[in-house]
Design a binder for this molecule. Structure first.
Ligand code: GDP
Ligand code: MG
Length: 162
C-alpha cells in the first residue's frame, strides 16, 4: 500500500501552500458551483521512485467547531491515518500556544514527525528556526512554501521515513 503523509498545523502557517508545492501544479479542484474553487485535501505525490498519498488536514473541517476542536480533530486524523506527519509552523512568528497544543498531541503518537518551519523566504531569517526546538519535536527544517525553498529537504525526509 502507498504510504500516507499528513500535513498538520494551526491556520495560516502555509499548509496548503506546501501541499501544492509537493503535489505540483494541480493546485485546486473546482466545485460544482461555478466560480468556486476549493483547496484540495488529498493527492498522490512522488519523490525519486517513491509514491505516496498526501493529506492536507487543514482542509478537513468540522462545522460549528472552535479552533481548538478543529485542530484537535485534524491532528487526530494525522495520528490515525499517516505513516509520516509534517508539522508546519510559521517562522515569522514565535512559538504559539496552538503550536504547543499540536506538538503535545503529536508527541503522544509514535509516528515520525517532520517539523517544517515555513515562511523562511530569506536566509537572513534562518536563525528563527531554533526557537522551535522548544516544541520537543526534533530538528526544525527551514522552508518557504511560497518560494519553493527547502521542499526537497522535506521530501528527502519523507522518503527516508516511509
Ligand atoms: P494554511 O492555512 O496553513 O493552509 O496556510 P496557507 O497555505 O493558506 O497560507 C497562509 C498564508 O501564508 C497565505 O497568505 C500564503 O500566501 C502565506 N504563505 C504560505 N507560505 C508562505 C511562505 O513560505 N512565505 C510567506 N511569506 N508567506 C507564505
Ligand atoms: Mg489551508
Amino acid at each position: 500500500r502507498k504510504g500516507i503523509v499528513a500535513i498538520v498545523g494551526r491556520a495560516n502557517v502555509g499548509k496548503s501552500t506546501i501541499f501544492n508545492r509537493i503535489v505540483g501544479e494541480r493546485v485546486s479542484i473546482v466545485e460544482d458551483i461555478p466560480g468556486v474553487t476549493r483547496d484540495r485535501i488529498y493527492a498522490n505525490a512522488s519523490w525519486l521512485t517513491r509514491e505516496f498519498r498526501l493529506i492536507d488536514t487543514g482542509g478537513i473541517e468540522l462545522a460549528n467547531a472552535s479552533f481548538t476542536e478543529q485542530i484537535k480533530m485534524q491532528a487526530q486524523i494525522a495520528i490515525e491515518e499517516a505513516d509520516v506527519i509534517i508539522f508546519v509552523v510559521s517562522g515569522r512568528e514565535s512559538v504559539t500556544r496552538e503550536d504547543e497544543f499540536v506538538a503535545r498531541m503529536l508527541q503522544k503518537s509514535n509516528k515520525p514527525i517532520i517539523l517544517a518551519v515555513n515562511k523562511i523566504d530569506d536566509q537572513a531569517f534562518k536563525d528563527s528556526i531554533y526557537d522551535f526546538y522548544s516544541l520537543g519535536i526534533g530538528d526544525p527544517i527551514a522552508v518557504s512554501g511560497s518560494h519553493g525553498i527547502g521542499i526537497g529537504d522535506i521530501l528527502d525526509e519523507i522518503v527516508q521515513l516511509l
